[in-house]
Design a protein around this ligand. Sequence first.
Ligand SMILES: NC(=O)C1=CN([C@@H]2O[C@H](COP(=O)(O)OP(=O)(O)OC[C@H]3O[C@@H](n4cnc5c(N)ncnc54)[C@H](O)[C@@H]3O)[C@@H](O)[C@H]2O)C=CC1
Ligand SMILES: O=C(CO)COP(=O)(O)O
Length: 350
Amino acid sequence: MNVSEVSVIGAGSWGTTLANLLAEKGYRVHLWVYEQEVCDAINRSRENPIYLPGFRLSELITAHNDIESALGDRSFIVMVVPSHVYRSVATDMIPHLRDGSVVVSATKGIENETLLTMSGVWRDILPEGRKIRYACLAGPSFAREVIRKIPTAVTVAAEDLDTARFIQQVMATEYFRVYTSTDIIGLEVAGAVKNVLALAAGASDGFGYGHNTRAALITRGLAEMTRLGVAMGAHPLTFLGLPGVGDLLLTCTSELSRNRTVGYEMGRGKSLDEVLSGMKMVAEGVKTARSVYNLAKRLKVDMPICERVYSVLYEGEDPREAVKALLSRTLKHEWEYELQRFWPDISTNR
Ligand SMILES: NC(=O)C1=CN([C@@H]2O[C@H](COP(=O)(O)OP(=O)(O)OC[C@H]3O[C@@H](n4cnc5c(N)ncnc54)[C@H](O)[C@@H]3O)[C@@H](O)[C@H]2O)C=CC1
Ligand SMILES: O=C(CO)COP(=O)(O)O
């Protein structure tokens, strides 16, 4: 496949950044923008004033407000809309989508109603006989650092390695290193669950707890993320890589994270509604917490931290009571769940 023009669907901070990265590599980029005023501003002043103010965008980007002209006859598409609108945007794309198109999804989330990841959403809505080459891009990558060309490494997973390698070639730059994988579900679960855990890490910092607490949350959170991923068919090694540990560390420790910030503000005493009312950007973990909670129940996966995040967000549990509840659970072997589930022959006395 020879690519000279690409489409980027979604012009939040990440979509705008990826559009600019591709344009600076010399691709002509067609960027679909939801808001007409943001679309006009990008074409007029080469800046996204709402989602990425202060950065001059490449002349090779053309913003479109309608999906048909944003897609044109391009067959390399990067999809970066928030997960709760992904299905409706993807559905609008289908009539204009060329068969066999590469669709690289950089969205991080799991649908509330269906509990599907974004690859599942495509499987659900693609009419019989229609095909895309789906890929997922994930890893520690704040838009605000990538736009400044700060060295970054991410992973792209596709069903076959050739597709992943092709995307790697298209998207990698001297400051944006792209690794390949075939573990699509692993990347999707990691990218979604780390946002839920970042809410917990932010709340812990908001309470004034220390580095010890945060390190414990990250490490035990990683165990929860891995359990859910493996139960959904992921490879456990994925969670030790950039989409897992990498993105979890980034999001749970940085003030640049929207998810961590929501948790932090709640830890300082604000209600969820108060925090969200002041935010234009998306904190995916808030909605994903509900999906993860329901998936864990359905698949019988033990995810106590994510469960408490859910009960604080949606059942009105006091965050401090949630911490107490976590700490007062039965004392156990560090790998009790894993040993019982995957290696029942090995005794937890080891
Ligand atoms: N910002 C970042 O650093 C990174 C974000 N991501 C992921 O990328 C995805 C998009 O996030 P951001 O670019 O940060 O978004 P953002 O939070 O900067 O902006 C929100 C986006 O949602 C769009 N939007 C709002 N309502 C809509 C609707 N009804 N229909 C279609 N679009 C609508 C807005 O136009 C805007 O593009 C998320 O899943 C996020 O987790 C992944 C890696 C890095
Ligand atoms: O996914 C991200 C970085 O990899 C961005 O995280 P936040 O949405 O919490 O800002």
